[in-house]
Design a protein around this ligand. Structure first.
Ligand code: GCO
Length: 254
């Protein structure tokens, strides 16, 4: 087994400036890959690049708002021209609006679906099409959620997007296996990030997560990074179309 499992590889990470995306950027970078982060907040991009640079990770960031899926193709072409073809694509950008289903407006529904599902479809197909044209292999990860499998109140649009993405992992994997492009999913359990801040700062909810999770704690972004490195590396060379739940046993228990 190699120590620097991703040495010489280039990785594009959407939503890589914070939360799980940043944890993955760090892990993938420490495993030897160069990292390009895509994030819509310039300040957060800068902060992430500072942190990664301190760890001697070769990295840069580009500002882009992934809710604008129609603008993804031209943006992607621009960055590919600038940075070259990416060996690894990690789709981490995601959002949620927590509301009971009947209280969601159509625009709220669409904003979650556009960012989480449609943008991921557009950027991943653009990326794969470049690899296929150049006859290059590649690895893609899509970050899912417990909500790709189960639901809790107020998660309709988010859950619909994540379960659709889980199916997309399989569709992409079988479409592109013959081109040596692997596609897998990671479904995190409850992880402390900006997205879950309203949840873990709620004492009752935070305690419910701990009691409901067999390993008895909230997860952190560093729980996810090493799994991403494994799935992107040649150690996982025969794994495609699969989703790993990194959830402390949540889904296994009633
Ligand atoms: C919620 C959301 C997410 C979860 C996560 C669990 O419970 O409101 O679904 O914020 O934290 O996706 O895997």
């Amino acid at each position: 087994m190699e120590i620097l499992k991703l040495k010489g590889k280039s990785a594009l990470i959407t939503g890589g400036n914070s939360g799980i995306g940043f944890g993955i950027a760090k892990a993938v970078g420490l495993a030897g890959a160069s990292v390009l982060i895509i994030g819509r907040n310039e300040e957060k991009n800068k902060r992430a690049i500072n942190e990664l640079t301190k760890l001697n990770i070769y990295c840069s960031a580009e500002k882009f708002d992934l809710s604008k899926y129609r603008k993804v193709p031209s943006f992607f072409e621009k960055i590919q021209k600038k940075y070259g073809i990416f060996d690894i694509l990690i789709n981490c950008a995601g959002t949620t609006i927590r509301k009971r289903a009947d209280l969601m407006t159509i625009d709220e529904w669409l904003s979650v679906i556009d960012t989480n599902l449609t943008s991921t479809f557009v950027i991943t197909t653009k990326w794969a099409s470049s690899l296929i044209k150049k006859n290059k292999p590649g690895v893609c990860l899509i970050i899912l959620s417990l909500m790709s499998e189960v639901a809790r109140p107020t998660t309709s649009a988010y859950g619909a997007s994540k379960s659709a993405l889980r199916q997309l992992v399989k569709s992409f994997a079988v479409d592109w296996a013959k081109f040596n492009i692997r596609v897998n999913g990671i479904s995190p359990g409850y992880i402390k990030t900006e997205l879950t801040e309203p949840l873990y700062t709620n004492k009752q909810f935070a305690e419910w997560v701990v009691s409901r999770t067999p390993l008895g704690r909230w997860g952190c972004p560093d729980d996810i990074g090493p799994v991403a490195v494994f799935l992107c590396s040649n150690d996982a060379g025969f794994i495609t179309g699969h989703t790993i739940f990194v959830d402390g046993g949540f889904l296994a228990s009633l």
